[in-house]
Ligand binder design. Structure first.
Ligand code: TRH
Length: 364
């Protein structure tokens, strides 16, 4: 019989730089680790978004103020999300323990998601700290990703079952507006830079119920559609922020999901529904390479004609005149297959938390 896995105290650090992905990713990670029996302290500098993201909270996750960590005794594992630099006094505490020959937490930097080939080479590398409060310690890079040689994607242990048990028809009955027979449903979550008006024109040629999520430039959607929020065959609903779990269900229920950043992008893939990704634009246009790398992976086994062109145009990397919606059935089938491959990897212990726990166990 295998020995029971050790229950560890995890300190997860999150700084909200902009938007909601920093906290969105950290919250999912914290909850997923807690479900696996671990004790979690989530240190966050601005927890306000949890009021809508996770109104019910999670009794197994302690949410604490980032700066208060300066007075805390570090636990067994420290995860800093996206290189957010935990308070110096907290790290100095670890360095002092190290200098005294005492046990030191494993220190992990959870990085951004990318399908670029260098991720496999960088995942799991040590970063010896030569200066600063952590001098003498080692920080480890942990990269989420799509291949076996990366950290995988967050997939909670019950996610697949919940996804399979989801009944869209019943779910829609709880909404104030429901899709009519033959009307496609599209969720929209994007940055200000996205060509929203052009998309509305494109969608308006067929019966479409558009659910414009909070965070999307709602004023532009409203201005383009007028007070009735209608245009051609398209009608729209402007949504408030909904809890993260409800947002997941929205992705499961819609025929096409426009998503952005990191977390909604991953959840749209796991939904197994057609999606279009709005990348967080970087000054040096590094997001173009990020998109290209993902497109190469996504289109490796099967191709969905027009998907690349739509992606490029949606991200301002090609003229909108080149954009068209891919064939609905082909796109849906491919998205389902893509999700199945991710699910299979997750079920075989390839999800992010399983890999993170194994990584920690291998180095403690
Ligand atoms: O908000 P984002 O743009 O987040 C950011 C950026 O990607 C940024 O570059 C990166 O630094 C950071 O993520 C990691 O998009 P994202 O990543 O999809 O995060 C949105 C979160 O908000 C996600 O967890 C889903 C959640 N959400 C809800 O819970 N309810 C809602 O109604 C909506 C629209 C989103």
């Amino acid at each position: 019989m295998l020995p029971p896995a050790a229950v560890l105290q995890w300190d997860v650090f999150c700084r909200v730089i902009d938007n909601h992905g920093d906290l969105g990713v950290c919250w999912r990670l914290a909850c997923d680790l807690a479900t696996r029996g671990h004790a979690i302290r989530l240190w966050v500098d601005d927890a306000r978004a949890l009021a809508w993201m996770a109104p019910a909270g999670n009794s197994a996750v302690q949410v604490l103020s980032f700066d208060d960590a300066a007075q805390a005794v570090p636990g067994d594992v420290v995860v800093e999300a996206f290189g957010c630099d935990p308070p110096g006094a907290f790290i100095a505490h670890m360095a002092a323990a190290n200098a005294a020959g005492a046990a030191v937490p494993l220190w992990i930097n959870l990085e951004y998601l990318s399908a670029e080939p260098w991720v496999e080479r960088s995942h799991g590398l040590p970063s010896p700290q030569l200066a600063g409060p952590g001098a003498g310690l080692t920080k480890w890079f942990f990269f989420p990703g799509f291949t076996r040689r990366t950290g995988g994607l967050i997939q909670e242990t019950d996610l697949h079952l919940r996804r399979q048990a989801f009944d869209a028809r019943t779910w829609w009955t709880l909404w104030p507006v429901k899709p009519e027979p033959g009307e496609r449903t599209v969720s929209l979550f994007c940055y200000d830079s996205a060509p929203v008006e052009a998309l509305l024109d494109l969608l308006a040629s067929q019966p479409t119920l558009l659910l414009a999520c909070a965070g999307t430039p709602a004023a532009r959607v409203a201005a383009a559609l007028g007070s009735g929020l209608r245009h051609g065959y398209l009608r729209a609903l402007l949504l408030p922020y909904v809890p993260q779990r409800e947002y997941d269900r929205l992705l499961w229920a819609c025929d096409i999901n426009f998503v952005r950043g990191e977390d909604s992008f991953v959840r749209a893939q796991l939904a197994g529904r057609p999606f279009v990704w709005n990348l967080y634009a970087q000054h040096d246009v590094a997001h173009a390479q990020k998109l290209q790398a993902f497109a190469r992976a996504f289109q490796a086994a099967q191709t969905v004609p027009h998907w690349d062109a739509l992606q490029l145009a949606w991200n301002g990397l090609a003229p909108w005149s080149t954009a068209a919606l891919p064939d609905r059935h082909r796109w849906a089938t491919h998205s389902k297959h893509w999700a199945q491959a991710l699910w299979q990897a997750g079920a075989a212990g390839g999800d992010l938390c399983s890999r993170l726990i194994a990584f920690v166990a291998g180095r403690r």
